[in-house]
Design a protein around this ligand. Structure first.
Ligand code: F6R
Length: 239
């Protein structure tokens, strides 16, 4: 695991974008795994400024989606990915995929998404954020390290952390469809980004703590090609 500490979220965005564009220029990026939330925003901003067509043939596969939210809702991950990734990076919308959070399709949502990832040839570079609970994707503490895409329940802490995106806390969905930890670990390369003091405990636990399902991000210690880019605030508890 390679750890890169940079001074600011903007520098984090540039360092992550550098890595992604290097892979794209080398012809090693056909499928980019994308995360939502605040962590990757500086990455997408830097990519939008510098990609200029270099990512136009890339397929994007999102990590997760809320259950029971209309895909047109501004905070559905369908909408967020469209607004923050597809449009600014100039991706072909038909090559951007987000799990199906429709209640009617739930029994097969995980299996269908796993099939889609396989049909795309797997993820070349997976961008990840980490939650205060140590989750990656929406694999909350206790998730099996071998898990595949499935329905999960969000913890009260994650629902409260994500309430900032909704009018009221009660509007934050309770369930999600998320790639599993085993699914994420299948990516050929993983790139975790975290910034700000609120992430320092989760970063220290994931990078330097024991590998345990109680800190799902710690599974990345077992990945053969993992890079963690953090700003100084998020790195504050690393020894
Ligand atoms: C989002 C996702 C989550 C977030 C995590 C951190 O697709 O999978 O793991 O990366 O909740 O969220 P932020 O970046 O908003 O702090």
């Amino acid at each position: 695991m390679q750890i890169i500490i940079v001074p600011t979220p903007e520098a984090l965005g540039d360092a992550a974008a550098d890595l992604i564009l290097r892979r794209a220029d080398a012809g090693e990026l056909r499928v980019l795994g994308v995360a939502t939330g605040s962590s990757p925003v500086p990455v997408y901003r830097s990519l939008a400024e510098r990609a200029a067509g270099r990512l136009s043939g890339v397929t994007a596969i999102a990590l997760d989606e809320y259950v029971g939210i209309d895909p047109d809702h501004p905070e559905s991950y369908h909408s967020v990915i469209d607004r923050e990734v597809t449009v600014p990076l100039g991706l072909d919308p038909s090559a951007v995929h987000v799990p199906d959070g429709d209640v009617g399709g739930l029994p097969t949502a995980g299996e269908r998404y796993e099939g889609l990832i396989r049909a795309c040839g797997g993820v070349d570079v997976q961008i990840l954020g980490i939650g205060a609970t140590g989750h990656i994707g929406f694999n909350e503490p206790g998730s099996s390290l071998a898990s595949r895409t499935r329905v999960k329940t969000l913890t009260p802490q994650t629902r409260s952390d994500n309430a900032r995106f909704f009018a009221e806390q009660k509007d934050v969905p309770v369930h999600c469809v998320t790639q599993g930890l085993g699914t994420i670990m299948d990516a050929r390369e993983v790139l975790l980004v975290a910034w700000g003091d609120a992430k320092s405990e989760a970063v220290a636990a994931a990078v330097e703590g024991p590998v345990t399902s109680m800190c799902p991000g710690s599974v990345l210690q077992m990945h053969p090609n993992a890079t963690v880019i953090v700003d100084e605030a998020a790195a504050a508890r690393l020894t």
